[in-house]
Design a protein around this ligand. Structure first.
Ligand SMILES: Nc1ncnc2c1ncn2[C@@H]1O[C@H](COP(=O)(O)OP(=O)(O)OP(=O)(O)O)[C@@H](O)[C@H]1O
Length: 601
């Protein structure tokens, strides 16, 4: 799975629309009020040209000068009133729609983020982080635009066009009919434009997603790039991605750059047609000796028609562009719903239970496990961890030690065999309950941006500062925390890059201890740690081993000599198990591993 699409059923446009409407339902009041205001807005905006035409008619009327001035004044006040009214309507309408749009998108964004957290490690590992960011952020933003501007404006523009056309037909049927000859051209070019712009939009979206994926991966791995002097290559790769994005934007701009002037051309053609038609009819009237009043009336109608004709194409142009946003919102919605429809591979069973009075007993019975088809990573693995025991797992890299730890917290489901936690099959236990009782200290400790304290409590406000200090002192992390500016309030930079591997390990110990788990899992860091910190880690580990059941993936055999049991793994199988002394006596695999490390020292 490189994207969520591969795991979901293809959705029809109608299904997408239905779901989008369902999100808008709680805000129907906003949409109804905005629509009513839109009708007012359209009505008020259509009156402008009529008022101008009427003003021209007053000039030539039989009214006295003071009456004319009085009427001008009233028309001006009415006009001003309409302009103020329309401005207020537009402001309030925008506010209502933006409020609804932002709230809807806030909800969707939250759903997408939360849903991603329900997916299994295997599902998440297959999708680049940048793509996930694009789904949660960019795609939901496209939706916001659709809810807050497109839907209502789309209806407004259709309504506006219809109203203008009806008024024009009423003013002069023949002139309007002739003007309408331009519409087939407008229609054909709009259809072509929609097609071209849809492709352009799609390319832009894909390239944005690719650039995001590239950036998130390469900025996280920047240190490695520098270590291997690969900056030039990365710069070139980024330039290529960036160029693709730039070109796709250019492409999109080109489509618009052609369409807009084309629309202007049609609009001018229509306006000139109307002007020509009316001008000739006025000349004909003059030649036929028509009265000044009827000529002035004709001139006022000409002004009105000119105004409507020139404004008519604005909604047409906007319509085409809004259809595009609508289309891109549809595409984004499809991607968002693909995320939401991806079923988590590992879910709690309906009758799953909470772990009560957990003793900390773990048993693997003939467990077989593979990540991918035909590649067994664990083969018939059986072992038992008794409450409060310390069991260590050793073996060559890739032998399956970390995998065993992941299975204990059910990050993956096994294919054969059984995992029992306090005698209960693991599938029957709520995953949240497992994680609440089993504290994990992974190999690569992840630190979040924030304070030392927030990194230890993981923002759980029920954990007191005293507890944080107590845990830090217990594991010896206070030796470096106390030296920091602001101690526990010292800021941790993104990913904790201002702390050493050893310091991160100690913080990870404290983080686990404050949650008081019954079982602790430690995947020892493989990176080299300075001997002072290593001694600190060793001491705190020995202390922690006394607190609860402990499982350790050990790379330094010195760490685990006092373990109750050492399990030796090779290529997914358990080859030996026993205490340090017993295994040494066997002179098997463990003995050789030990010899190797001993010789190195
Ligand atoms: N998410 C994954 N998807 C596919 N294969 C994986 C995944 N994680 C691990 N593996 C494979 O499973 C095997 C066992 O890996 P595991 O990480 O459990 O080994 P390990 O003994 O803990 O190694 P190390 O000592 O290097 O940490 C390896 O061959 C590895 O390539």
């Amino acid at each position: 799975m490189k994207d969520f699409k591969e795991n979901t059923i293809t959705k029809t446009d109608w299904q997408i629309v239905k779901r989008l409407v369902s999100y808008a339902k709680p805000f129907q009041k906003n949409f109804i009020i905005a629509s009513l205001m839109m009708i007012l807005d359209v009505a008020a905006s259509s009156i402008g040209p009529i008022l101008i035409g009427y003003t021209i008619q007053i000039i030539d009327s039989n009214q006295s000068v003071s009456d004319k001035m009085f009427n001008f004044l009233w028309i001006s006040i009415l006009f001003l009133g309409i302009v103020i009214g329309v401005s207020f309507i537009i402001y309030y309408q925008n506010w209502l729609l933006q409020e609804a749009g932002q709230k809807i998108v806030y909800g969707i964004r939250k759903n997408v983020f939360n849903h991603i957290h329900t997916l299994s490690n295997a599902q998440i590992n297959q999708i680049p982080v940048g793509k996930l960011v694009t789904r949660v952020n960019n795609d939901t933003n496209t939706l916001s635009e659709m809810y807050s501007s497109v839907i209502v404006n789309l209806i407004r523009n259709i309504l506006m066009m219809m109203t203008y056309l009806i008024i024009m037909f009423v003013i002069d049927f023949q002139a309007t009919l002739i003007m309408c000859l331009v519409f087939p051209f407008v229609f054909v070019s709009t259809v072509i434009f929609r097609k071209l712009s849809r492709n352009a939009y799609r390319k832009v979206r894909n390239n944005v997603s690719n650039v995001n994926a590239f950036l998130s991966e390469n900025l996280s791995g920047m240190r490695l790039t520098q270590i291997f002097n690969q900056e030039e290559k990365k710069k070139q790769a980024f330039t290529l991605q960036s160029k693709k994005l730039r070109n796709s934007y250019f492409n999109e701009l080109m489509v618009f750059a052609i369409y807009r002037p084309l629309m202007f051309l049609f609009s001018m053609a229509a306006t000139i047609t109307v002007l020509y038609y009316f001008s000739t009819s006025i000349i004909d009237m003059t030649l036929a000796g028509a009265s000044t009043a009827s000529i002035i009336l004709r001139v006022s109608l000409l002004v009105m028609m000119y105004q409507y004709a020139s404004q008519l194409f604005e909604p047409v142009q906007q319509l085409a562009e809004q259809f595009n946003v609508l289309q891109s919102a549809m595409a984004s919605s499809e991607k968002i719903f693909d995320v939401l429809d991806t079923k988590p591979e590992i879910e709690d069973e309906n009758d799953s239970i909470e772990l009560q009075n957990f003793k900390g007993e773990i048993e693997f019975k003939n467990v077989w496990f593979k990540y991918v088809e035909d590649e067994w990573v664990l083969k018939d693995v059986s072992f038992k961890v008794n409450p409060n025991d310390t069991v260590a797992f050793v073996g060559a890299t890739g032998s399956g030690k970390t995998t065993i730890m992941s299975l204990i917290v059910r990050n993956y489901d096994i294919q054969q065999g059984e995992i029992l936690i306090d005698g209960i099959p693991i599938r029957r236990i709520k995953r949240s309950s497992l994680r609440a009782h089993i504290g994990q200290m992974p190999q690569d400790v992840f630190l979040f941006t924030g304070t030392i304290q927030s990194n230890i409590t993981l923002n759980d406000e029920t954990i007191s500062k005293e507890k944080v200090i107590e845990a830090s002192e217990y594991v010896g992390a206070n030796t470096f925390i106390d030296k920091l500016d602001g101690t526990y309030d010292h800021m941790v930079r993104e990913r904790g890059n201002n702390f050493s591997t050893g310091q991160r390990q100690l913080l990870s110990f404290a983080r686990t201890l404050v949650y008081e788990p019954t079982v602790m899992i430690l995947d020892e860091a493989t990176a080299n740690i300075d001997s002072e910190t290593e001694a600190l880690i060793q001491t705190s580990l020995e202390k922690m081993m006394k607190l609860s059941t402990m499982l350790v993936v050990a790379h330094r055999l010195s760490t685990i000599q006092h373990a109750d049991k050492i399990v030796v793994m090779q290529k997914g199988e358990i080859k030996e198990a026993g205490t340090h002394q017993a295994l040494l006596k066997q002179k098997g695999l463990y003995y050789h591993l030990y010899e190797l490390q001993y010789q190195k020292k």
